[in-house]
Every structure is written in structure tokens, then in C-alpha cells.
Design a binder for this molecule. Sequence first.
Ligand code: ATP
Ligand code: MG
Length: 567
Amino acid sequence: MSKPTADNAPNAAAKGAPAAPANFLRPIVQADLDSGKHSRIVTRFPPEPNGYLHIGHAKSICVNFGLAETFGGDCHLRFDDTNPAKEDQEYIDAIQRDVQWLGFQWAGPVRFASQYFDQLHAWAVALIEQGKAYVCDLTPEQAKEYRGSLVELGKNSPFRERSVAENLDLFARMKAGEFKDGERVLRAKIDMASPNMNLRDPILYRIRHAHHHQTGDTWCIYPNYDFTHGQSDAIEGITHSICTLEFEGHRPLYEWFLDNLPVPAHPRQYEFSRLNLNYTITSKRKLKQLVDEKHVDSWDDPRMSTLSGYRRRGYTPASIRNFCDMVGTNRSDGVVDMSMLEFSIRDDLDRTAPRAMCVLRPLKVVISNYPEGQVEQLELPRHPKEDMGVRTLPFARELYIDRDDYMETPPKGYKRLEPGGEVRLRGSYVIRADEAIKDADGNVIELRCSYDPDTLGKNPEGRKVKGVIHWVPAEASVECEVRLYDRLFRSPNPEKTEDGGSFLDNINPDSLQVLQGCRAEPSLAQAEPEDRFQFEREGYFCADLKDSQPGRPVFNRTVTLRDSWGS
Ligand code: ATP
Ligand code: MG
């Protein structure tokens, strides 16, 4: 499938909160229920366990599980495990974890297409017996040549007219392991002149001497996707088999198998457009390459577009589901703007994340006129609107503010601290900068300030203090590591490269900045992995799922407070 690019495709949705977009599948399902064609619907999500799920899969999960939820039906999780060489138990586990994390639960047990291998084999034999399948000995190169092209008809294979008996014998010997990988295949006998390439005697079975994670060494022939998918749907009583548009051309083949085999049900296939997101890779193969070649740390690296990456980054399941809703479900390909996903997570965290203060680049401040040894326990609300209670913040003589909140020679309109200037410390007093202490190189290493005891919770008489900055107490604050993540790709369409280039050339070299020695307010010391916060003025953060622990927190920046990539 040729993928639309960010430059030429219609934008699937504008920035900000769009109107509720349509889902063309709902009326179809509704009509099938109304007409009595189905009394209960069954959908399925059919991942290949050859990588971790990415944001595109989230769309498919939301569509399939969403329809079942809306119409009171079932959704199955079925691993499409016909390619053992590329599959792995790690992926099987991760996929289940991610589906459940998104908030969905499949009906019944986890299913595997490999459970149907016996039935599929019997059906392959049935096709041979009907004269509708044959064993073909063409090499892959010859087969390609015989297949023709979109503008050139295919040619019949010289092996097409083998007798039923010979085909049965050869197929049995394929199964018995007599031949090497690629030596022979089983093909359907349909039409080498069909304008639809998928109908030009497609492969049903190939030889692969590979150990399978579910079936062990039982098989050395494996059915391919097309021969597996529709029949598995039929076996499971799937009513609506929903996939992405690149399978539209496979639908006649899907139908052909159902029409020519004694299947117990006749599901219908519907296609919708893939989710493409700018600045983002949605191909497992390329994501795997990023991991294998160590451009990122792991499949769940917070910069990855995998669901487990988004999870570690701090995205909530609700934000991803809302995003998938906002995008809509239709048949027109487009590229969705990343700002829409970021809107969705900001929108969620704005309401649900408690506020806290964390100084990312600490600069010590000594309040010269504050009594030594004195500490005041200030109470600040955890959230400006929601009722989340309060946290206490000790105010003492020594504090930290952010280095960027003090400037010797500030530009016009600067609202933070400057020599002789005043600023309010969030939830606390107004302070004035009296003196900057510098090191030998002239860098400011400490500020001497004075506070106005009359300004707790009110403005000083007759003076207007415009700026409010965040701070933490020096002693009571907790040291932490903060990881500032940015987009992994600097180009809106990472797959589009200069001639001969690779998508790797578009990696953003500044996608991760690790800050050590940050200081967080005391209430953050006990943060549990995955606790989310808004660090005032800095963005939304999440305690890292793997590396953070109470007492030694590590925070990942999920997203900045505002869109800084927008025009
Ligand atoms: P990839 O191209 O990343 O390898 P895939 O389509 O091969 O993805 P599968 O494991 O076969 O991955 O996908 C499971 C389901 O998810 C399929 O029904 C597929 O159509 C759907 N899906 C995959 N990518 C997207 C996407 N970008 N948008 C919507 N659905 C998707
Ligand atoms: Mg696939």
C-alpha cells in the first residue's frame, strides 16, 4: 500500500477539539441487528505476534472492541500466528497487557489461529479433492514471473493440471517433511487472468521447518494469512471482520474460500482506513529496527509509538481511546496531526493530574531576612478546580528556584526574577533579589533574597508583582532524575527521505534530555511508578514505570503544557 504523506493528504482532523466524527461501521452493525441477520455481533482483534502494538493498533482495538461494547456483543483476541519464524512469546504477552491496559477485555480465552491448523489442513485437502488446489514446484522467482502484473495477465503454472491423486500425495509429503523450505507450495486454482492479483492462484501453504511457539514441531507446513484469516473468522462465528483498507483487494479471496469450503458461518469483511500519525512510525518492522539497532532503549522506550511506550511516557488509556474516537472511522486515508494526540492527553491530565512543583535546574536562594531554623508548613491545593485535597510545603530560609527564572539583564517584559526585582513564589511570599553570588567564571551559583512577611496569600500594599515562579525548599525537597522527551522524528513524514536515505535519517537527535539533580517538593518523594503530575510551569510528568521508586523518583515528561511544535 502506498501511504499518504503529511504534505499531500487531507488532514483527517484540525487542531483542537473537533466535532464528533462518524464511524461508518455503526449503522452497518445496527442494520444487521435490526434486520435480524445477527442477534448478537462478534468482532475480533487479530494481531500477528511479531512485535509490540503501536498507536495504529490502538485504533483497530478501539474499533473492534468498541463496536462489541456499543452493541452488547463479543470481541475476540486472536493471534494470527502463521509465521513462527518472526513470532515470540514476549510479543504475545505484551499484546495482551496492552489491550487490557487500554481498558478492554476479550470474550473467552485468548485464541490462536494455530488452534485451527488441523481444520485448515483438512480444508486444504478438501480443496485438492475438489480440484481447486494444487501443489506447485515453481521457484519463487519463476512464480513471480508467471504471476504477471497489473498490466500483464498471469500464466498458468506447468504444475496446475496435476491430478488430484498426485496433489494429495505431494501435499502429504510436504506435511511429512520430505521437502526443503520453499521447494513446493500449495496453491488455490482460481484464475491466472484475474484483474485482481490476489486471485491469481494464491498460495495456501508453504513449507517452513520452524518451531512454533504454540504447536511446537507438529507442523513444517504453515497456512498463509489469506487461507487462515477468513476461515478462523468463520470457525469463531465472527459476524463483522474488520480490517484496514489494504485488505480490500483480498476480500474476493476471503469470499472465495468461504464459498468453496464447508465453513460453519459466513462472516463479512469490512475495511476502514489505517491510522497514520505525522512525526510517527506505525510499522512494526521499522519499530523493531529502532529497537534492534539501539536507536531507542527498548520497545517500551517512552519515545516509541508503541502502546507500552506511550504508557511509560505517561499517556493514559482514556487519552488514547478519546484520540481514536476523535479521529473517526472512515474509508478515506489521511494523516492525523500529532497535536491531536497531544491535545487529548493534555485534556485528560489537566483534569486528573495533581499539581506539584519540581525545579529542573536548581539555583539556590537564601532568604537573608528569614530566621534561621524557622520552617512554616504551607498548604497548597493539589488541584485548582477538582477536589483533591492539599499538600504541605515547608517554607524555610533556603530554597531552590529554576536557574532560568533569574536573569541579570532580562529582556523587556520579563516577569521573573532580576537584580532588585520582585517575584512571588507560588503559594507563598513575595521575594526580592538582593545579590547574586558567582563562581570564578561569572556564573550565578546562589541568590541572596529578602522576603516580605506581609505577602503570604496577598499582594503587597501599593506594589504590583507580576511574576509567579515555582520553588521547593532546599532541605526538605527530594532529589530526582527528570527525563525530557521530545518527538522521536523531526520530520512530519519520517518515512519520506532524500534519495537513498532511510527513515533513521529523520531521527530527532534531541529526543531525550536527562536531567540529574532536579529537586521535587517533598510530597513527590513517595510517588509510585505511573503516578502522574502537572509540574507547575514545566508540563505533565509521570513517575517511570521501570526506573522510579518511592524515595528515588524518576519522572518522564509526558507532554509540555502547550504545543511548542505548532506553527
Ligand atoms: P504493521 O504494518 O505495523 O506490521 P500489521 O497490520 O501487519 O501492522 P497486525 O498485527 O497484522 O499488524 O495488525 C492487527 C490489526 O491491526 C489488523 O487488523 C490491522 O489491520 C490493524 N492495524 C495495523 N496497523 C493499523 C493502523 N495504522 N491503523 C489501524 N489499524 C491498524
Ligand atoms: Mg499484518
